[in-house]
Design a binder for this molecule. Structure first.
Ligand SMILES: *Cc1c(COP(=O)(O)O)cnc(C)c1O
Length: 378
């Protein structure tokens, strides 16, 4: 057990600025406990939500925490027609001493501003982004599940999002915007735990194109990936891998996770960031932790041909996907319209498992946070 030091409990992102309107009907303790026993993913929500409003004239204002519940939106709200929307995904972890922490929230706040710029939405400061997480958790900390043991990956998944709420059907950036954070208790993302998954390679659909929104975390990217996701499900695959739009040759990423390749000589390769690849916090963390594990991280283009050849020759010993929701998930095969690419070597996913354990131990406070990656929420 590591004792949290006071300097991690920074007051620079104050939750005090948020006006509290408490829920008059919070979930009963017994009902909440029943949910936390088996939360699933994204199905249950805590009692409150954080909110900040933005208008062209007044900027960000009206910071508040209020009861979770339906939004009242005019049917002409711009987001419903033109999808001017961005979101984030970040988790709150309960440590053994009961304290609640989150992982590298400055990275998410910074990415949220990059996404905002691309979608012509107003930028939110670190102070407001992290302050909203703290303000929400100050109310709803009982919704952070307590892990039963080191294999229990339960957490409170936090979903910040920003929408264009002005009622106006003209096409221009909205003059009214709302930012919310909602919270959903989560068990492990994939039901089968760390069971390796099959991935479908979409031969027709593309996720992102140069000049487009691929690097931004926006709902539109996900909407555009769903037809490919449907193909994947029909093929018995749980996720889709996308090739680049320009050459149809380079492996980019999955619909919501980055990809890594482990080579037999200890290199850990991931596609280099371009404007069509999302800069994952997990990806960035894995690249850093890889050196602690004696691996040689490499960011460079990876082609479908290299995947196929490496799988066949045994040069590639593991493939895994990573993201906040599912952490690190081994990929057992790539399924395309005319082939199944399986790794001839390996199969034990030892590197993915090692990196996964290292990351989770850090997030749950079982390993010393030497890089200052944790921020205390409660
Ligand atoms: C969110 C997301 C990821 C993973 O990012 P993390 O910060 O690691 O959660 C990867 N790819 C896409 C397209 C995403 O939307």
């Amino acid at each position: 057990m590591l004792v949290p030091s006071d300097d991690h409990f920074s007051d620079s992102h104050s939750a005090d600025a948020f006006h509290l309107q408490p829920s008059s009907q919070p979930t009963a303790d017994s009902a909440r406990d029943a949910i936390l026993q088996a939360p699933g993913f994204g199905q249950h929500f805590s009692d409150h939500m954080a909110h900040i409003r933005w208008t062209l004239d007044d900027g960000w204002h009206a910071h508040g925490v209020r009861p979770y519940g339906p939004l009242s939106l005019d049917p002409a709200a711009a987001v419903l027609h033109y999808a001017q929307e961005i979101f984030e995904g970040i988790k709150a972890y309960r440590h053994a001493d009961g304290s609640v922490w989150t992982f590298r929230p400055e990275k998410n706040a910074e990415r949220f501003r990059r996404s905002a710029r691309r979608l012509a939405l107003p930028e939110l400061s670190d102070e407001d982004f992290i302050g909203a997480l703290k303000a929400l958790l100050a109310q709803d900390h009982a919704w952070v599940p307590t892990p039963a043991d080191a294999n229990d990956e339960c957490s409170l998944y936090l979903r910040p999002f920003m929408i264009a709420s002005e009622s106006f059907l003209g096409v221009r950036p909205s003059h009214e915007v709302d930012f919310y954070v909602i919270a959903s208790p989560a068990a492990a993302y994939f039901k089968g735990g760390v069971e390796p998954v099959s991935i479908w390679l979409s031969s027709h659909y593309k996720r992102a194109a140069p000049g487009g929104t691929g690097f931004a975390k926006c709902g539109g990217n996900y909407a555009a990936s769903l037809a490919a996701q449907k193909e994947a499900s029909a093929q018995g695959c749980s996720q889709v891998a996308f090739l680049d739009a320009a050459e149809n040759h380079w492996i980019e990423e999955l619909g919501g996770m980055n990809l890594f390749f482990v080579f037999s000589d200890g290199r850990l390769v991931t596609p280099r960031l371009t404007e069509t690849i999302l800069d994952g916090v997990t990806r960035n963390s894995v690249l850093t932790l890889a050196e602690d594990e004696g691996l040689t991280p490499e960011e460079r283009p990876v082609s479908l041909d290299e995947w196929r050849a490496g799988a066949e020759s045994g040069d590639i010993t593991e493939v895994f996907a990573c993201g906040t929701a599912a952490v690190i998930t081994p990929v057992s095969e790539l399924v395309t319209e005319d082939e199944r690419i399986r790794l001839s070597a390996g199969g034990d996913n030892a590197v993915a498992t090692k990196l996964r354990t290292r990351l989770l131990d850090l997030q749950y406070g079982r390993r010393e946070d030497t890089r200052g990656w944790l921020t205390r929420l409660v």
